[in-house]
Design a protein around this ligand. Structure first.
Ligand code: FAD
Length: 674
């Protein structure tokens, strides 16, 4: 106990149980529980509408829980978290700051700056692991470097000499610090036009840490048993739906791990092999989430650059019309279009359908994968930068264990695999509702009389394919040839010791996002709506009230092949997933919501990064990548893999990239306070 009170800075750890920062604060004495809303710090990754809706609910429930324990959540609106922290310190007399680690590049840079500045101001700063089973620097290969494939990473996690820490109970009570001179700001997470759509979300989802626990219990006692066989059914409620809870840290991943393992032991004792297998596969899914943070920590540019070096030479197609057709679900491929309409309408997509639409985006349309990743970020309820980047990098063939880049999956075949009866497509594409199953996944091949009988006029009320698969295959081959030629030229240039010629494309900025990424409703969509239904932009779909039961319902078992994280072949069938609306607003609207101003908020990340660099220059580099394993010991994430630990093929091998991105280099220099 160092005197004064402690600030517990909540971020994406919105829970009171198994929250090491909160526990440390309570142990130290009086606590100021703080949340700072500074979305402009996220740069391009300003949270989307549905994500903000979730956050709002989650904060409200956290505040209620804190009040029950003896304090309340102080909320601050800011464009610079560090300044807000300094303000709160000044007005409360706090002498300590506790927070839990985040691993996305933006947070790592910001948290580094927080540590530096607060420590200089005499504040003790300690940080903890609340988001992962193991810290990234704990899971190392025999050479002490990071793993570069998921399987090797996860094998290592499962064979660690120690288990993840067991989860901690919530504190019995919290003694509140003096906040009489530190009033909360009212945080605005939605504007008037969003409110109607957001209200409907509440009928399908229940954010908040205690609800997350209920969802976990319901999953463990229900669908988990058949997860191994049912998880691939794209239109059924057979997975856990925990991703938004996990993203906001409402649920401790260690709690998930331990509770699921308890079930596994039970099933093992009963000789229940399918149950055991299901647990293994579910934990593997949790492992993918771990891996996303691991990749982000070890390759902090992975949300903007391909990890395999040669992919930087791929000639992406810069076509905003393709991009728009994909967003609107108007590509002419029913499974892709159904997925994109579901995403737009509900903020949710099953993992299989995420793979289908993303793969179509990258391989058939050959659009820059970052555009797709950003659109997912803007629209998904569980938008999570690390998982989003990992998913898109996998699909784009930019990781050593990615799907082969050459492979184009045919949406027609995938349709009959995942949606054999066409029910998913009919639900989301009412204009195809009357098409017989034989043609539902390839209306472009259907005879004219079949189309007429189904009321379909291709090119009018449902589009013809915007690119044929044959044309896409040919174009992909050409693009790959071009990529390898450029790569060879670049290599030759480097080997000849001259930088002239192609140079290193990691110099180039990533392909810019299109100006207008929002989902726009056009006349065409209006024509496609079911007869007699009038909908507003923000009221595209009304939630189905069958959700609560469907979420708990397991579907019938079907034999499935085991997959690598990248290998996907599977089925999908029936079910009653909830339908909730979604829309995506553009940047200008966002600014008005939060600031009531017309200009974009001016958080200058570059300045922040420069400041960080300046401040760290006096420090010595911490060298190798290993840090202490210490749950409550205030170990700070340190980004310091030795360059030799990288795969030859990785862009990360190229240290010049790092030197040109000082914000990344700075992570080597994070101080280890505690
Ligand atoms: C292109 C693409 C983009 C994606 N973007 C996101 C995203 O922004 N946010 C997000 O949480 N997930 C993302 N995923 C991963 C995955 O689709 C979702 O986590 C999963 O569908 C959530 O459903 P669930 O909670 O029912 O999953 P379950 O099958 O029940 O899995 C349990 C948990 O494991 C984690 N998980 C499962 N699969 C993955 C995976 N492939 N990668 C990382 N974590 C995983 C999630 O936290 C999930 O809640 C993306 C996948 C792809 C292919």
């Amino acid at each position: 106990m160092t005197g004064g009170c402690s600030i517990v800075w909540f971020r994406r750890d919105l829970r009171v149980e198994d929250n090491p920062a909160l526990a440390a604060g309570v142990r130290s004495g009086k606590v100021i529980a703080l949340f700072i809303w500074a979305p402009e710090e996220e740069g391009h990754y300003y949270p989307g509408r549905v994500s903000r809706w979730w956050l709002k609910q989650s904060l409200s429930l956290l505040d209620s829980s804190l009040k029950n324990l003896g304090t309340s959540l102080i909320t601050k609106r800011s464009s610079d978290s560090v300044l807000s922290l300094l303000d709160v310190i000044k007005s409360t007399g706090a002498t300590q700051l506790f927070f839990n680690h985040l691993y996305d590049p933006i947070s790592l840079v910001r948290d580094h700056r927080v540590k530096e500045i607060l420590t200089e101001n005499g504040i003790a700063v300690r940080s903890f692991n609340a988001d992962l089973l193991f810290e990234p620097w704990e899971v190392l290969n025999d050479e002490g470097g990071p793993f570069n494939t998921f399987t090797s990473f996860w094998d290592r996690c499962l064979s660690m000499p120690y288990d993840p820490e067991p989860p901690q109970l919530p504190p019995k009570r919290i003694i509140s610090g003096d906040v009489s001179r530190c009033p909360s700001d009212t945080l605005v997470f939605e504007n008037d036009s969003e409110r109607g759509s957001n209200a409907l979300l509440a009928r399908a989802w229940t954010p908040g840490w205690s609800n997350a626990n209920k969802a976990l219990t319901a999953f463990i006692n229900g669908p988990l048993l058949n997860y191994s066989t049912n998880r691939r059914k794209a239109d059924s409620a057979t997975t856990s739906f925990l991703s938004p809870h996990l993203h906001f840290g409402e649920l401790s991943v260690r709690k998930v791990f331990h509770q699921v393992r308890i079930k596994q032991t039970l099933w093992a004792n009963e000789g229940n092999k399918p149950g055991e297998e299901s647990v293994n596969l579910f934990l593997k899914s949790i492992g993918l989430r771990e891996y996303s943070r691991y990749m982000s920590f070890n390759h902090p540019y992975s949300h903007e650059r391909p990890l395999l070096g040669h992919l930087k030479f791929f000639p992406w197609v810069i076509d905003e019309n393709y991009f728009k057709a994909w967003r609107q679900g108007r590509t002419g491929y029913p499974l892709v279009d159904a997925g994109m309409r579901e995403l737009w309408a509900t903020g949710w997509l099953h993992d299989r359908i995420r793979v289908v639409v993303a793969s179509f985006f990258v391989k058939v349309l050959q659009l820059p994968w970052r555009w797709g990743m950003k659109y997912f970020w803007d629209t998904l309820l569980d938008a999570d930068l690390e998982s989003d980047a990992l998913g898109w990098q996998y699909i784009s063939g930019t990781l050593p264990d990615s799907r082969e880049f050459e492979r184009i999956d045919n949406p027609e075949m995938e349709g009959y695999s995942f949606d054999p009866n066409g029910e998913y497509v009919r639900r989301w594409l009412p204009e195809l509702a009357r098409l017989p199953t034989e043609w539902i996944h390839h209306p472009y091949d259907a005879p004219e009389y079949v189309l007429q009988a189904a009321g379909i006029e291709l090119g009018s009320n449902y589009p013809l394919p915007i690119v044929t698969i044959d044309a896409a295959k040919a174009r992909l081959q050409e693009a790959l040839t071009q990529m390898w030629q450029q790569e060879a030229t670049s290599r030759a240039v480097l080997e000849n010791g001259t930088e002239e010629g192609l140079g290193d494309s990691s110099d180039d900025s990533p392909i810019a996002f299109p100006q207008d990424m929002q989902m726009d409703i056009e006349q065409e969509n209006v024509r496609n709506r079911p007869m007699g239904v009038t909908r507003h932009y923000e009221d595209q779909m009304v939630p189905s009230m069958t959700l609560s039961t469907s979420l708990l319902r397991g579907a019938s078992s079907e034999e499935q092949e085991e997959e690598s994280p990248i290998d996907q072949r599977h089925l999908a069938r029936d079910n009653n997933r909830a339908e909730v609306p979604n829309d995506v607003m553009n940047m200008e609207e966002r600014v008005q919501v939060f600031d009531g101003q017309s200009a974009l908020p001016q958080f200058n990340i570059q300045t922040a990064l420069r400041n960080t660099q300046d401040m760290s220059q006096g420090e010595s580099s911490s060298g190798g990548g290993t840090s202490r394993r210490e749950r409550d010991g205030g170990v700070v994430p340190v980004w310091s893999p030795a360059s030799s630990s990288y795969s030859e093929a990785f862009v990360g091998e190229d240290n010049s990239y790092l030197q040109r991105h000082p914000q990344v280099m700075n992570w080597r220099q994070l101080s280890q306070t505690g």
